[in-house]
Design a protein around this ligand. Structure first.
Ligand code: HEM
Length: 188
C-alpha cells in the first residue's frame, strides 16, 4: 500500500476541516436565519472559508495533477490481500474527481451570489448597506443549496468507503492519508 506525500496530506485535511466548517455555518447560521445585521459575522466567516476552499481546491488539483501521486509504501495487514472490488470502490473512482469538481462549483456559485448581492462590501466593510431581503432573488442561491446536497452525498460515500476499508476489511486505509512513517524503505 502507498501513502501520499506530507504536503498533500496537509492539504487534504485542511480542505476537509474548512469544508466541514463552511457546511456547518451555512446550515446552522445562514440557511434559516433572516437577513439582518446579526447575520453579517457568520456570513463573513462563511465567505472567507469558501474563498479559502476555492484556492485550496485549485492548489490540490494542480499538486495532484503534477506530483501528488503516492510515493511511499506502508505495511498492509494480511486481511487486505485477495481484495475484491466492491461497489463502494467502483464508486470511489468517480467520487474522488467529483469531490474536487463539486467543491469548486460550490465556491464559484457562492461567489455568484456574493457579487450581485455586493456581499464583499456589505460583510467586510462598514458601508452600512443592508443585506438583500432574501438571497433567493439570485438564481445562484438555489444552485448553492442543491450543490450542497450533492456534495454532502459525495462526502458521505467518501467516509463510508473509509469505514468499510478501515474497519470492516481491516486495512490500514487511513495510513494513505496520515503521517505514518514508512515501515519499509521501499519507494515507488
Ligand atoms: C465549498 C465551499 C462552500 C460550502 C461547502 C458552502 C456551504 C453552504 C451551505 C451548506 C449553505 C446553506 C445552503 C442551504 O441550506 O440551502 C450555504 C449558504 C450560503 N453560502 Fe455557501 N458554501 C461554500 C462557499 C461559499 C462562498 C465562496 C460564498 C460566497 C463568496 C458562499 C455564500 C453563501 C451564501 C450567500 C449563502 C446563503 C445564505 C442564506 O441563504 O441566507 N458560500 N453555503
Amino acid at each position: 500500500m502507498t501513502r501520499y506525500r506530507p504536503y498533500y496530506i496537509i492539504l487534504h485535511w485542511l480542505s476537509a476541516l474548512l469544508v466541514f466548517l463552511a457546511f456547518f455555518i451555512g446550515l446552522a447560521a445562514l440557511a434559516n436565519t433572516p437577513n439582518n445585521d446579526e447575520k453579517l459575522l457568520p456570513l463573513g466567516v462563511h465567505i472567507t472559508l469558501g474563498v479559502l476552499i476555492l484556492f485550496l481546491t485549485i492548489a490540490r488539483f494542480i499538486v495532484r495533477s503534477l506530483m501528488g501521486r503516492p510515493v511511499y509504501r506502508i505495511q498492509q495487514p494480511a486481511a487486505a490481500k485477495n481484495r475484491k472490488i466492491p461497489l463502494l470502490d467502483l464508486l470511489s473512482g468517480y467520487v474522488q474527481p467529483l469531490l474536487y469538481l463539486f467543491t469548486f462549483l460550490m465556491a464559484v456559485v457562492g461567489i455568484a451570489i456574493a457579487l450581485p448581492a455586493d456581499l464583499f462590501t456589505i460583510a467586510f466593510t462598514e458601508s452600512g448597506k443592508p443585506l438583500p431581503v432574501d438571497f433567493y432573488i439570485y438564481p445562484a442561491r438555489i444552485w448553492h443549496g442543491t450543490l450542497s446536497l450533492i456534495l454532502m452525498l459525495l462526502i458521505g460515500q467518501h467516509i463510508l468507503s473509509f469505514v468499510y476499508h478501515q474497519f470492516l476489511r481491516g486495512e490500514n486505509f487511513i495510513g494513505r492519508m496520515w503521517f505514518q512513517r514508512a515501515k519499509n524503505k521501499e519507494q515507488q
